[in-house]
Design a protein around this ligand. Structure first.
Ligand code: 5GP
Length: 194
């Protein structure tokens, strides 16, 4: 798997150090009671797991599933599919919500989630992302907490995938053109009618 990586943008050590600092900053601002941490699956899984263990706040956890990205396209399609919303809505009633997502690209996912939860009786909805891309749509979307700003490139690792792979990498990295091409070819092969 390491041979598929082009550039390592953020090392495991840098992630760990930044999460220590971010959790301190967040715990001072987040409410000490009635807090629900909501990982946005699947990409936000690793980040949320590491972040929540650093937060001393009393909190519960409820997940929601969002998908909008296929392969290594540089822009989301604009179609965000949310699943598990009924359970999520019930979990946030009368609570302060912290949405925890992997990456802010167009902002469509967080915007769809905020919209979907708005009328659920949440006391407040805050957002936290591991990565924010250096592109106008991402910079224009207000998030409450962000761990790292990165260049506008397709990245994998620490929860982020390409065709379902690389989520278990401990670092954040770009892929070689060969790894992207071979993943694209696999997708086309799977899409062929039987
Ligand atoms: P949005 O465009 O809604 O801000 O981001 C949608 C989702 O697209 C993210 O939660 C993430 O799952 C996926 N995404 C956006 N940029 C990247 C990227 O560079 N790498 C990977 N693996 N996924 C991305």
């Amino acid at each position: 798997m390491d041979g598929d990586l082009d550039q390592i943008l953020i090392t495991p050590q840098a992630i760990s150090q930044r999460l220590d600092a971010l959790a301190l900053e967040m715990s001072a601002v987040l409410p000490g009671e009635n807090l629900v941490l909501m990982p946005v699956l699947t990409g936000g899984l690793v980040f949320a797991a590491d972040l929540m263990r650093r937060l001393p706040n009393r909190l519960t956890v409820a997940c929601v599933n969002a998908s909008s990205y296929a392969g290594a396209r540089t822009h989301s399609s604009g179609n965000v599919r949310l699943t598990g919303l009924e359970t999520a809505r019930a979990a946030v009633r009368g609570k302060h919500v912290l949405l925890v997502d992997d990456i802010l690209d167009t902002g469509l996912t967080l915007s769809a989630l905020q919209g979907a939860l708005a009328a659920s009786g949440a006391l407040s909805i805050r957002t936290c992302v591991l990565l924010r891309k250096d592109r106008p749509q991402a910079s224009a979307f207000p998030v409450d907490f962000c761990a790292f700003d990165i260049p506008d490139a397709f990245v994998v690792g620490y929860g982020l995938d390409f065709n379902g792979l690389y989520r278990n990498l401990p670092c954040i990295a770009t892929l070689t053109p060969q790894a992207i091409a071979s993943g694209m070819a696999d997708t086309k092969e799977q899409e062929k009618p039987a």
